[in-house]
Design a binder for this molecule. Structure first.
Ligand SMILES: Cc1cc2nc3c(=O)[nH]c(=O)nc-3n(C[C@H](O)[C@H](O)[C@H](O)COP(=O)(O)O)c2cc1C
Length: 344
């Protein structure tokens, strides 16, 4: 007989607990897993009831359970004012415009076209969300000032190079104010017109009608080139404010885009630079509410329109066919037989 066994008292509760410890562990484990299951069920129920009470829109804004503020979309991130000047007028206007824009709380950069390489940087404006203003003067024989020569040369070549195409600057937004003197009749404001046209041809979006500054006080629309600029500046600022709010283009039916093609009348409809458009442009700068346009959009509308005119010609052919047949019947009836009719 083991002597140590004598010292064990099997009736003691501690000993019986020790002997049955595995059952106790098992009980604890079972209770613990039951508690976990219970917690999971409660959490699920809470989440469901929360989803029911939080509106759908708010749920979309929730990240990790926290409501985050809706991200404000930025429609205009800044303004770049480019100028091409020889005797300083365009440069002065650029500074005035920059000062006027300072109240809008937008980053504004004034850039001399002399220091700007379009080859390296112009394409950046496609995604930058900037609005670009071009203030450019015209010189002898419709040439740009020396400082803007390279920019204009590059732009003209790109606009006429099929490798760039009419989407190269798609996404860029711009407005042009040309400085000139109508004394130089045939070359009046030619550089402004060309810059506007070339940007448009490359797919950039014109946010407002081109402005024309005229140093000829007799003919200037507002009495002086300064007054012409002041009027354009006011329109540009109000357009910019609208763009900042994300307001789309305004169209009063004079463009040939989409719905309003039928009532088209205006300058933006025609290919910029065409004679008719130049005439109308002059008037439009005063009369028209500015609206956006790009060459790609307008050529789409042009395609639609030319398709319509093909249909029109077909209709005309059908009508002529009917007329000829009726003429033949009438001729035969009346006893004469026209050679033309016989041919048909
Ligand atoms: C020598 C000379 C030639 C000019 N040629 C033209 C011209 O062909 N077409 C035009 O519209 N303006 C012409 N102008 C007018 C200028 O474009 C106008 O004075 C403009 O405001 C100058 O701007 P800037 O001071 O920024 O260089 C000419 C001016 C000068 C002095």
């Amino acid at each position: 007989m083991d002597p140590t066994l004598d010292t064990w008292d099997f009736s003691s509760p501690l000993i019986s607990l020790w002997i049955n410890r595995f059952y106790i562990y098992l009980g604890f484990a079972f209770g613990f897993s039951l508690w976990i299951c219970f917690q999971i069920v409660i959490r699920k129920q809470n989440k469901n009831s929360q989803e029911k009470t939080v509106p759908r829109a708010s749920q979309d804004l929730m990240t990790n359970g926290y409501i985050s503020r809706p991200k404000k979309e930025v429609f205009v991130s800044g303004v770049k004012i480019f100028y091409g000047s020889q005797t300083g007028t365009a440069k002065g206007f650029a500074t005035i415009l920059a000062e006027a824009l300072s109240s809008l709380d937008l980053p504004v950069a004034v850039i001399n076209l002399k220091d700007y390489d379009p080859d390296d940087h112009l394409a950046e404006e496609v995604t930058s969300k900037n609005v670009c203003a071009f203030l450019v003067a015209t010189y002898t024989d419709g040439q740009p000032p020396e400082s803007a020569e390279w920019f204009c040369k590059w732009l003209e070549e790109a606009a006429n190079d099929f490798r760039f195409g009419k989407t190269y600057l798609k996404g860029m937004r711009y407005a042009v104010f040309g400085l000139g003197n109508s004394v130089y009749v045939s070359h009046f404001n030619k550089v402004g017109k060309n810059v506007d046209k070339w940007l448009w041809m490359l797919g950039a979006r014109r946010v407002m009608t081109r402005g024309e500054g005229d140093g000829n006080v007799v003919k200037s629309k507002h009495g002086s080139i300064e007054a012409d600029f002041t009027a354009w500046k006011a329109k540009f600022i109000s357009r910019l404010q609208a763009l900042r709010k994300g307001e789309g283009k305004r169209c009063r039916g004079s463009c040939k885009k989409g719905k309003c093609e039928s009532s088209r009348r205006g300058s933006e409809a025609a290919e910029p630079g065409s004679h008719a458009q130049e005439e109308l442009h002059h008037r439009d700068a005063e009369e028209e509410e500015p609206f956006e346009s790009s060459s790609e959009e307008e050529s789409d509308a042009e395609d639609r329109q030319s398709r319509n005119s093909v249909v029109d010609v077909e209709d005309l052919g059908r009508i002529m066919g009917h007329v000829t047949k009726e003429k033949a019947v009438l001729g035969w009836y009346c006893g004469f037989w026209d050679e033309d009719v016989k041919m048909n």
